[in-house]
Ligand binder design. Structure first.
Ligand SMILES: *[C@@H]1O[C@H](CO)[C@@H](O)[C@H](O)[C@H]1NC(C)=O
Ligand SMILES: *[C@@H]1O[C@H](CO)[C@@H](O)[C@H](O)[C@H]1NC(C)=O
Ligand SMILES: *[C@@H]1O[C@H](CO)[C@@H](O)[C@H](O)[C@H]1NC(C)=O
Ligand SMILES: [Zn+2]
Ligand SMILES: [Zn+2]
Length: 443
């Protein structure tokens, strides 16, 4: 997951609610957990333990679907906590259970994979694996979910249902979330929560919104074939470079001329490879890129038009083209869309835990994408951003080899996870009781 910067340019703090003396929880205020999970998460037995785990995971990053040691570490910690789990799910995934073991079920998810980046931060717990780094903060995500598990386990008797801990592999391009869904492990879950750390927000701040948060995305690669030859005798060749150039320009017309200007879409050609000499026209050229949109329909439409344009425009220059959308390896990521009711719950819970002044409601979603969207296709879901800004360094960003996570953010994520899950279950039971009460009145 990446490119949140724009997300935070145009936010509004929740002034209206902030100015009300007590954030009104109206009819379910009495149903909120009275225990302060944030205080618990900040205590040394939870905080120091989390820091240790996070550093251990950070030192040993593993790429998508190779999270074997990470998975083992998670299971060892769950064993120590006495939390039962399912394993393996989706290759390296682990699914833990806290509570009654019965319905209702609420899931909380953390992703496990690192990135193929060489860490450039010099510190004691730098990645020990050359060329691999937890450059998207998933080490912090795992740690916070374990932190939530440790807290919830202490209050297991008060949990009114089952919290399902989802340790998911392969968020970075591997659609691990889809594999978890396909496994059926979340079949009876009625809500799912997920978060992402962001170095642009301060520790103790969170941001989210109702509705679309992140775009859906797909990738493409095309081989445009001509006929190579001497660069000085172009009439004996079919130049794939010129064809590819025209293809790229035509692709840029999809958004500028065919898309609704009020519906955000992106088509970017980010790869252009071909030719090796000053005096040789190559046989073929490879181009590739990404496309983004906020509805599955639009994504499908873009996909279809990208293929038509590449093949058609290549043909104008007498070239053949084939297009690969990597449907198997990287299926289209749907847009990440937050459920309205869960947004209300988030405002209640986060407002209570960290103060409504620290809850940022963003105006504009980001064109970045996230495989959490696969859960939201089948389960009402909620995804939010959590601040882990470490210092006022300007070049901090996700996927950067300089990324630093402020570990003081860990208790916030852990307690929010725990609180959201526990309060969701309370609210669920309360709402069910209310509906039952209504029917009862009618009888
Ligand atoms: C979901 O609930 C059904 C019916 O109670 C049950 O048969 C099934 O095993 C449950 N699935 C999971 C993954 O818990
Ligand atoms: C394109 O494909 C056709 C049919 O396979 C073939 O006859 C032609 O030579 C190909 N042209 C190029 C430039 O590769
Ligand atoms: C990012 O910041 C680090 C200092 O933490 C500095 O060494 C590095 O050169 C910076 N990189 C860029 C791309 O600005
Ligand atoms: Zn990422
Ligand atoms: Zn990420």
């Amino acid at each position: 997951m990446c490119s949140f910067k724009k997300w935070f340019n145009l936010y509004i703090i929740f002034h209206v609610l902030a100015s009300t003396p007590i954030f009104s929880l109206s009819d379910h205020s009495s149903n909120q957990l009275s225990t302060n999970f944030l205080e618990i998460a900040k205590k040394p037995d939870v905080f120091d333990w989390m820091v240790k785990i996070r550093r251990k995971i950070h030192e040993n990053p593993e790429l998508r679907y190779e999270e074997f040691e990470t998975s083992k570490l998670i299971r060892e910690e769950l064993d120590k906590l006495g939390i039962p789990y399912k394993h393996p799910v989706a290759v390296t995934g682990v699914i833990g259970f806290i509570g009654t073991g019965g319905s209702p079920f609420v899931a909380v998810r953390a992703d496990m994979d690192a990135l193929p980046i060489q860490e450039m931060v010099e510190w004691e717990h730098k990645s020990k694996v050359p060329g691999k780094m937890h450059g998207c903060g998933h080490d912090a995500h795992l740690t916070m979910l374990l932190g939530a598990a440790k807290i919830l386990k202490q209050y297991e008797k008060e949990i009114q249902g089952t919290v399902v801990l989802v340790f998911q592999p392969a968020e970075e391009g591997g659609a691990g979330a889809k594999k978890i869904i396909d496994s059926g492990a979340l079949d009876n879950v009625t809500a799912i929560f997920g978060l992402h750390v962001v170095p642009e927000l301060r520790v103790g701040e969170v941001a989210s919104r109702s509705g679309p948060v992140l775009a859906g995305s797909g990738i493409f690669e095309a081989k445009i074939s001509g006929k190579g030859g001497h660069a000085a005798i172009p009439q004996h060749s079919i130049d794939p470079l010129l064809a590819a150039s025209n293809v790229i320009i035509s692709l840029q017309h999809l958004v500028s001329r065919e898309a609704d200007p009020l519906e955000p879409q992106v088509v970017t050609v980010s790869k252009f490879q071909g030719g090796a000499a000053f005096n040789v026209i190559p046989d073929y050229v490879t181009i590739g890129g990404t496309f983004r949109a906020f509805s599955g329909e639009t994504l499908q439409h873009l996909k279809q038009r990208i293929e038509q344009v590449i093949i058609g425009q290549a043909a104008v220059q007498r070239c053949n083209a084939s297009v690969n959308f990597f449907d198997e390896e990287k299926p289209l990521y749907p847009p990440t869309v937050n459920h309205g009711e869960l947004h209300k719950l988030f405002l209640d819970v986060a407002g209570n835990l960290i103060g409504i002044n620290n809850v940022i409601i963003d105006e504009s979603p980001s064109m970045g994408s996230e495989d959490f969207a696969f859960y939201q296709e089948v389960i009402p879901g909620y995804y939010f951003m959590l601040g882990v800004k470490s210092s006022p360094e300007p070049n901090q960003s996700l996927h950067s080899p300089y990324l630093k996570i402020n570990e003081n953010g860990l208790p916030y994520g852990a307690s929010l996870h725990a609180s959201l899950a526990a309060n969701y279950l309370i609210k669920y039971q309360h709402d069910v009781a209310k509906v039952a009460g209504k029917y009862h009145d009618k009888l």
